[in-house]
Design a protein around this ligand. Structure first.
Ligand code: C5P
Length: 230
């Protein structure tokens, strides 16, 4: 399907996909697709337009004209919608919950498919999401399914948000994570599941560096990218 190599990183919320994908893309000097940010952008755009997240046709209409742009800054990647920096809204817990509700609609997933595939260009792409290996890039030469226990994921998110001075509760985060997991796994359109040829990595008791090294090693063994430390 795609000529440029793609490494797919799928798995549930908070398993560490974002950090792993960023570090891989940086180390390899490849493009990075944060597909969750696209669903989050649709959710935020719907809320701003006063569209009910359950209204499939109206949500799809918003998704079809979505004007989203990613910009690299010294602080990381910022997300812009129609010339406005919406990074904070998109990254919030509420943004994640909205995303998982708009992601239920097959019409919306279909509309975002082409947008996501356009990211696969030279020298290569690291694609972070839920259905990268199963639906978006089924021919990718390396697919990782990254998991961790719900408790470990909630705790990581808790420390992350505490670091930004946010007012958060661990039980609430755990409940939200379980809520999103249930929606992602049980939806009819592209449910969250490992591709048959995905390599499963449980990051509960691994450091970020250990996970990155493992994936770089696999990429090297498969001849996709050399295993030099950058
Ligand atoms: O990865 P992130 O937490 O940003 O994703 C937010 C939500 O968007 C997920 O909980 C999931 O419902 C949805 N999503 C999806 N397919 C993707 C990426 C994200 O359904 N490829």
């Amino acid at each position: 399907m795609s000529v440029s190599p793609v490494i797919c990183i799928d798995g549930p919320s908070g398993a560490g996909k974002g950090t792993l994908s960023r570090q891989l893309a940086q180390g390899l000097n490849w493009h990075l697709l944060d597909s969750g940010a696209l669903y989050r952008a649709v959710g935020v755009a719907c809320q701003r337009a006063g569209v009910a997240l359950e209204a499939a046709n109206e949500v799809a209409a918003i998704a079809s004209v979505l004007d989203v742009d990613f910009r690299a800054t010294d602080e990381g990647i910022t997300v812009w919608m129609a010339k406005e920096d919406v990074t904070a809204d998109i990254r919030s817990e509420a943004g994640g919950l909205c995303a998982s509700r708009v992601a239920l609609h097959p019409e919306v997933r279909e509309l975002l498919l082409t947008k996501q595939r356009e990211w696969a260009c030279a020298p290569g792409l690291v694609a972070d999401g839920r259905d990268m290996g199963t639906v978006v890039f089924p021919a990718a030469p390396l697919k990782i399914f990254l998991t961790a226990s719900a408790e470990a994921r909630a705790e990581r998110r808790f420390h992350q948000l505490q670091g930004t001075g946010g007012n958060v509760s661990l039980p609430r985060l755990l409940a939200d994570i379980k809520d999103r997991d249930a929606r992602d796994v049980s939806r009819k359109a592209s449910p969250l599941m490992p591709a048959p040829d995905a390599v499963l990595i449980d990051s509960t008791s691994l450091t970020v560096e250990e996970v990155v090294q493992r994936v770089r090693g696999l990429a090297s063994i498969r001849g996709i990218a050399s295993d030099t430390t950058d």
